[in-house]
Design a protein around this ligand. Structure first.
Ligand SMILES: Cc1ncc(COP(=O)(O)O)c(C=O)c1O
Length: 458
């Protein structure tokens, strides 16, 4: 009989020890790349090793090289951790190992994802009938949303891009805020549109697209896509979506919204105002692996025009089992062919938290971001942004080198972890409060650490 229990029990013990140790754990890796190569490397295994031993040695080998991004004092990038229900469901998803591309390949996965899609549309307050794809992350969600946009704006211009490609096609202008996320540019590269199709739209001091600049840039000379954003990766600010959509639609442009983390503000009755008008857009990108705290890889693409979404993504093959009138086949909405059933952990997260639980995480992260900013500001640290969501940008004096040194020494000190950025030409520390466990004690300890490092550096 196959010994499943040995390696799985080893993994379970290691996993629970890791998770339970997170609150006390140093927030940073403890070894160099060389040490990791030394511990984990070696010659290609010439023969088998006992699976339980493999798991144990792997866990020991990686232990000190992990960046504990599930900690309540991890504020780097915009990461988020994992809730118990989503993590456990993720394990089962791996165990069941379903190919979620087709209903016929996994009726259960297809139905769970169909239900989850409906819940997401309702949570975000988007139009009924909006189609959903469960992709790897917001990068691929932006790619997929923009593929649907490319299809539709060219279709309206009488061009079939899926059949005829882009050579000879009417040129598409992509109007995007100057502070868009870089994955928009990368998606346009993948789509064959290239980055030179981008018309950058001027933004205000918080990185929000300026409607007057958008109005000046829109024209009626050909296909246009407007890329808006809710949740700037540095400031957390959102474009004025109602105005953006009204302006764009008056010129028959498609509006795609990158809401990798910011779209979750729609779930909070307190913060929904930040994304007012979101339901007017044509497609949206978001992540479950950020603010919903579902394990990686979990991105979401949503589209108000299922026909365009499907036209851009779908595929037929004689050996597949595809019933046009039957249940949803997710490969009609995804760029992948075979893929894991990544909607299942999203389903579990939403079931466990409910609307109020998700809103509570969003509101608490917002309050904790304000608390962090407040403590630092009270100690003469310059807060560069309006803390409207979960992002805080700070700067320590006029010298970029000091700010960069504080960032690096805070990382070394290990109480908390955050990274740096350049905002409007000047170095800044960025603090992203995206973890479902972060509470006041985490903020106070972390702010103390930042201030202690600052005193030392100054
Ligand atoms: C606004 C925005 N868009 C896109 C992305 C890319 O998301 P992912 O890493 O899930 O592909 C991010 C990541 O932080 C983001 O903040």
């Amino acid at each position: 009989m196959v010994d499943w229990e040995g390696p799985l029990k080893e993994a379970y013990d290691r996993a629970t020890a890791y998770l339970e140790g997170l609150p006390e754990r140093r927030v940073g890796p403890r070894v160099s790349a060389e040490e990791l190569h030394e511990t984990l490397g070696g010659p290609l295994p010439s023969g088998p090793t006992d699976p339980r031993e493999v798991v144990a040695r792997l866990a020991e080998g990686v232990e000190h090289g992990l960046l504990p991004s599930g900690s309540g004092r991890f504020f780097g990038f915009v990461f988020g951790g994992a809730t118990p229900a989503s993590l456990a469901a993720d394990w089962l998803t791996t165990t069941w190992d379903q190919n979620a591309g087709l209903y016929a390949a996994s009726p259960a996965a297809a139905v769970v994802e169909d239900i989850t899609a409906g819940w997401l549309v309702e949570l975000f307050g988007l139009p009924r009938g909006t189609s959903v794809g469960f992709v790897t992350g917001a990068q691929m969600a932006n790619f997929t949303g923009l593929a649907a946009a490319r299809h539709e704006v060219l279709r309206r211009a009488g061009w079939d891009v899926e059949r005829d490609g882009l050579i000879g096609a009417p040129p598409i202008r992509v109007l995007a805020g100057a502070e868009r996320h870089d994955t928009i540019d990368r998606a346009l590269r993948f789509l064959g549109l290239g980055t030179s199709c981008i018309v950058p739209i001027a933004v205000d001091s918080q990185g929000r697209m300026r409607p007057d600049a958008l109005a000046n840039a829109l024209n009626d000379d050909g296909p246009q896509i407007v890329c808006a954003q809710v949740g700037n990766v540095n400031t957390g600010a959102s474009d004025p979506i109602t105005e953006v959509c009204d302006l764009a639609h008056a010129h028959q442009a498609w509006v795609h919204v990158d809401g990798a983390f910011g779209l979750w503000a729609a779930v909070s009755s307190q913060l929904r105002v930040l994304v007012d008008g979101i339901e007017l857009a044509d497609s949206w990108a978001s992540d479950a692996h950020k603010w919903l705290n579902v394990p990686y890889d979990s991105g979401l693409v949503l589209c108000a025009h299922p026909d365009a979404h499907r036209a851009a993504m779908s595929i037929r093959a004689a050996y597949l089992i595809q019933d046009e009138d039957g249940e949803r086949d997710s490969l009609d909405f995804n760029p992948e062919f075979s893929r894991r059933a990544r909607g299942i952990p999203v389903y579990a997260a939403i079931r466990a938290l409910g609307r109020t639980g998700i809103a509570e995480i969003v509101d608490r992260c917002h309050a904790m971001a304000q608390r962090f900013a407040g403590i630092l500001a009270a100690n003469d640290v310059q807060v560069l942004n309006d803390v409207v969501l979960n992002q805080v940008l700070v700067r320590f004096g006029d010298d970029d080198a000091v700010t960069r040194r504080v960032v690096s020494e805070v990382q070394d000190e290990g109480t908390c972890w955050m990274s740096g950025t350049t905002w409007q030409g000047r170095a800044a520390m960025r603090i992203s409060v995206s973890n479902w466990t972060t509470g006041p004690a985490d903020i106070d300890l972390s702010a103390d650490s930042v201030l202690a490092v600052l005193r030392k550096v100054s």
